[in-house]
Write a protein that binds this ligand. Structure first.
Ligand code: 6MZ
Length: 360
């Protein structure tokens, strides 16, 4: 771990900057638009939850949980993206009650939104956070109770700082997907801070045509739609075009688009959520040099720089911005003006944008 509390690519990029450059990055108002709740729990809290947990009643045994936490502490080696999804059963066993889920949510919100003790003026990582999570029914709570526990924490912050995106997992069957979208719509109608829906999970699972009606319903209810799309080279052209036909407002990753699909994205202007460290560690981008962010920068297409899962990727939002500013090969070597413009694009791409938002 570096003195910034992170490791790997983002830590190296941050370490290469002058104190003045780091301060410049800290001062930029940044919106974190792609962060998965259970992927962003601080390791210290996970360890504490593991020590306190009675795992005998859990579907996941204590050995699996302990092994999972040791793996996370050591820094995960992912040979391919599929290795990544195996990290979650251990985490899920520890956030299976309303109390532990609330504690985890509080810690994740604090990590992004509370003053950073390492920053000279306490600048937080993010000016605004749209946290996303997949509601799970467990022995101790229903999906609605799951969302209520998370929302109660999100709503401690003003609407200008935090909101919730409800994720659908590609592995969900139709009845689960219907329930989850129904809950997102219902909670929004009750005035709760749900601003959008997401599609995530194993990028090769599920038949996307089955999800169409659920995203249409979300759009009709005024929710923003963001979809993980073309995350791996094995995602088919049909899968990608089907998802684009849902007319999403934003896209997660959008890594392996062919020329046709990329043209469609350029023309509908959907903001692309870019997660640099995540793509490097999951090996869906071989280097920063080869990263698809370059296509979007060249086309001046809206993007938002995001962390994805700070727990396994051991990154933070400041480090991800450092990857933009640091000189090659540690970073992309962009100018301050470019980085400023990118942070403004993230703020302009929030689902809950104030009516008087400045245009970029
Ligand atoms: C696809 C991802 C992901 O929802 O339980 N998730 N899905 N691609 C990714 N990129 C690497 N990172 C995280 O948070 C954890 C869940 O988010 C999804 C996975 O389904 C994971 O189980 P929540 O809060």
């Amino acid at each position: 771990m570096s003195r910034y509390g992170i490791a790997g690519h983002a830590a190296n990029a941050l370490g290469s900057l002058t104190a003045e450059e780091v301060d410049f990055l800290r001062d930029l108002p940044k919106a974190e638009l792609h962060a998965h709740l259970n992927g962003c729990i601080p390791i210290s809290l996970l360890q504490k939850l593991a020590n306190e947990a009675d795992l005998s009643s859990s579907a996941v045994g204590s050995d699996v949980v302990k092994a999972g936490i040791e793996r996370l502490k050591a820094g995960v080696e992912l040979n391919e993206i599929n290795d990544f999804f195996g990290l979650f059963p251990a985490i899920y066993a520890l956030t299976a009650s309303p109390a532990t889920l609330a504690e985890a949510t509080r810690a994740v919100l604090a990590q992004f939104l509370e003053p950073d003790p390492l920053a000279p003026r306490g600048q937080p990582m993010a000016a605004y956070l749209e946290l996303r999570t997949t509601p799970r029914a467990t022995q101790a709570m229903s999906r609605r109770e799951y969302l209520e526990a998370v929302l109660a924490e999100v709503e401690r912050y003003p609407p200008t700082r935090a909101a919730l995106i409800v994720s659908l997992d590609r592995r969900m069957d139709a009845s689960a997907a219907e329930e989850v979208v129904g809950l997102a719509v219902q909670l929004k109608q009750e005035g709760r801070r749900v601003v959008g829906v997401d599609l995530c999970g194993d990028p090769l699972a599920g038949n996307m045509a089955d999800f169409e009606q659920f995203f249409r319903r979300a759009k009709e209810a005024g929710l923003g739609v963001t979809l993980h799309i073309a995350e791996t080279p094995d995602n088919t052209h049909e899968d990608t075009l089907k998802l684009l036909s849902f007319k999403p407002d934003r896209l997660g990753h959008a890594t392996f688009l062919d020329a046709n699909a990329r043209d469609a994205v350029f023309s509908n202007n959907a903001c692309v959520e870019i997660c640099l460290t995540s793509n490097l560690l999951c090996k869906t981008a071989s280097s920063l040099e080869q990263h698809h962010i370059r296509h979007y920068l060249e086309a001046n297409h809206p993007i938002a720089i995001c962390t994805d899962d700070t727990l396994p990727f051991r990154n933070n939002l400041l480090g991800e911005y450092a990857l933009l500013l640091a000189k090659a090969p540690l970073g992309l070597g962009l100018t301050r003006t470019d980085v400023e413009r990118i942070s403004a694009m993230s703020m302009a791409s929030r689902f809950a944008v104030p009516a008087s938002r400045p245009m970029v």
